[in-house]
Structure formats: C-alpha cells, structure tokens
Design a protein around this ligand. Structure first.
Ligand SMILES: NC(=O)c1ccc[n+]([C@@H]2O[C@H](COP(=O)([O-])OP(=O)(O)OC[C@H]3O[C@@H](n4cnc5c(N)ncnc54)[C@H](OP(=O)(O)O)[C@@H]3O)[C@@H](O)[C@H]2O)c1
Length: 267
C-alpha cells in the first residue's frame, strides 16, 4: 500500500536517498529543502518525489509548510527529520533564534508536534529523527544561554542540538507513533559543504575515504521505518539499538521552553 512520507532535508545526503528509495517504491514522498540547488538535485536524482520549498529555520515558513501539508495530506505515515546545516559562526534568524537552535531544535519540535494529528491517522506512523543520539557525552543543554550568545562554537551548538533531540523525543513519544532517534555516524553526504577551504577539501577527502556510502547507510533506516520498533521511543547508532535514559524532568522542561518560544510566533 502506498504511504505518505514527508522528509525535511530531503534534497541532499541521507534525506535525498530516502526520498529516492520511497518514491521509487511507489510511496508519495514530499521532500523539503530551502534551496534551488536542492530542488534541482531532487529533480535529477528522485524525480518521482514532490518538492516543497521552505526555510525551516523560520518558524513562519515552517508553519506555512505545515498548513500546506495538513491540507493536502490528512494522514502522514512517515516523518523523517533530516534538515541540518553546520553553522561555522553564530548567526540569528529574523525571528531571533541562533541558527543551529532554530533548525535542529525548534523546527524538529514544531514539525513533530504540529503533524502529530496527521501521523495519528496513519496505520503505523513513524518519526525518524536523524541526530547525534548516543554521541559524544559533552553535549549539554545550556539552560541559561540556549541561544549560545556567550561563547558560541559550532560543535557546542551541534551537540546541544543532539542532546535536545533526545529530551524532546522523550517528551513527545506516545502511542501510536513510533519515534526513532537515529545517529548514522559518518556518512558521505553534503556535510562538507558549509566548511571553508582548506577544511572543506579535508572533510570531503575524509568523507570519501572513511564515511559510509549513503546507499548503504539508509538500509537500517528503511528497515526501521518499514518494521517499526515495539516501543514508542527508541534510539539507534548506525543500526544498533542503544539504551538511553533521558531525564523526564529535563525533557518536560525543554518541551515547555520551546513551546513558550514558539507560541508567540504562531500563524
Ligand atoms: N552525514 C553524517 O555523517 C551525519 C552524521 C550524524 C548525523 N547526521 C544527521 O543526518 C541528517 C542528514 O544529514 P546529511 O549529512 O544527509 O545532510 P546534508 O547532505 O548536508 O543535507 C542537509 C539537508 O538539509 C536541508 N536544509 C539545510 N538547511 C535547511 C533549512 N534552513 N531549511 C530547509 N532545509 C534545510 C538541505 O537542503 P537545502 O540546502 O536546499 O536547504 C539538505 O536537503 C542531519 O540531521 C544530520 O545531523 C549526519
């Protein structure tokens, strides 16, 4: 049976490979990206997938996208959260959010929460959240400086996003939706693109030498989407299940903080 698969970041790397896989299988795929280049890539590499353009670091644009999705697709079977960009220096969106926080934390919170009713109408709904779960333990929530106005570092922002993904998933997970946190480790994608030379070239070479090809990396992900885990919340590192114990109080606290930040921007 054909399913509806929504993929944020579906125009490059892992998201694009999933868009190609599911559209070729006959599913209805909606791939979201912010750029014209991504749209062109999707047309070339996954021509059966639909494209919807939105800058997901903008709450306004994300809300407009959500309205379009909700009115066109009453039921959504699969939501893949793969939009990400490594921010070398600190910048803010027009709405005043630090850019990594806006895309990695706020947008994932918004997409999963706003599309919950559509997901609940599907037979076996799955959210696959690509993130740094189970990664380096230095990641922490900077409660007194979530926007990292003091001492921004790209890795610090990324690891805060990874930790936030765990907490927000814990606050969200409930039947009938299966929420799967998934860290693919090192995959050969467009991840070198934000870097400046010579680092860009080095990351590209390291990626070619050491990273897993995307076609191989998505196999455990499609297995999880097609046969979802029994538990409402689970976490995997490169296909291997991992135990993780997010603090429920911190999960509720972060969920409430993001809601308070997003609510004033509601359409
Ligand atoms: N690759 C790895 O080694 C690795 C390791 C661990 C975790 N991950 C996770 O896996 C996911 C996918 O990574 P990837 O390496 O496949 O990424 P990628 O190749 O860099 O692709 C990123 C995608 O996100 C989209 N995107 C970026 N900024 C956006 C914005 N503001 N609004 C809408 N879309 C936006 C891009 O489209 P546009 O450019 O058109 O906006 C593109 O489709 C990410 O969540 C990442 O954290 C990857």
């Amino acid at each position: 049976m054909s399913r509806t698969v929504v993929i944020t970041g579906g125009t490059n790397g892992i998201g694009l490979a999933l868009a190609r896989h599911y559209s070729e299988r006959g599913d209805q795929v909606i791939a979201i990206g912010s750029s014209r280049a991504g749209h062109d890539r999707l047309r070339r590499e996954a021509p059966l997938a639909r494209f919807d353009r939105a800058d997901l670091s903008s709450v306004k644009q994300a809300n407009e996208l959500i309205d379009r999705l909700r009115s066109t697709y009453p039921a959504i079977d699969v939501l893949v959260l793969a939009a990400f960009r490594y921010q070398l220096s600190r910048g803010e969106t027009d709405e005043g959010f630090e850019r990594t926080f806006a895309l990695y934390v706020v947008n994932r919170w918004l997409m999963s929460r706003a599309l919950r009713p559509a997901l609940e109408r599907a037979d076996a709904p799955v959210v696959l959240d690509l993130c740094g779960v189970g990664g380096i333990r230095t990641g922490e929530i900077h409660w007194d400086d979530l926007q990292l106005e003091r001492g921004y570092r790209p890795f610090k922002a990324t690891m805060q996003g990874a930790r936030a993904a765990e907490l927000l998933a814990a606050a969200y997970a409930a039947d009938p939706i299966r929420y799967v946190l998934y860290n693919p480790l090192f995959v050969a994608t467009g991840l070198f693109e934000p870097f400046r030379q010579p680092v860009r070239g080095l990351v590209r070479v390291a990626s070619a030498l050491f990273a897993q090809p995307v076609s191989k990396a998505i196999l455990p992900m499609t297995a999880l989407i097609d046969s979802p885990p029994a538990a409402p919340l689970s976490a995997y590192v490169r296909g291997r299940p991992i135990a993780f114990t997010p603090d429920p109080a911190a999960a509720r606290r972060l969920d409430a903080v993001i809601r308070d930040l997003v609510s004033p921007l509601a359409a």
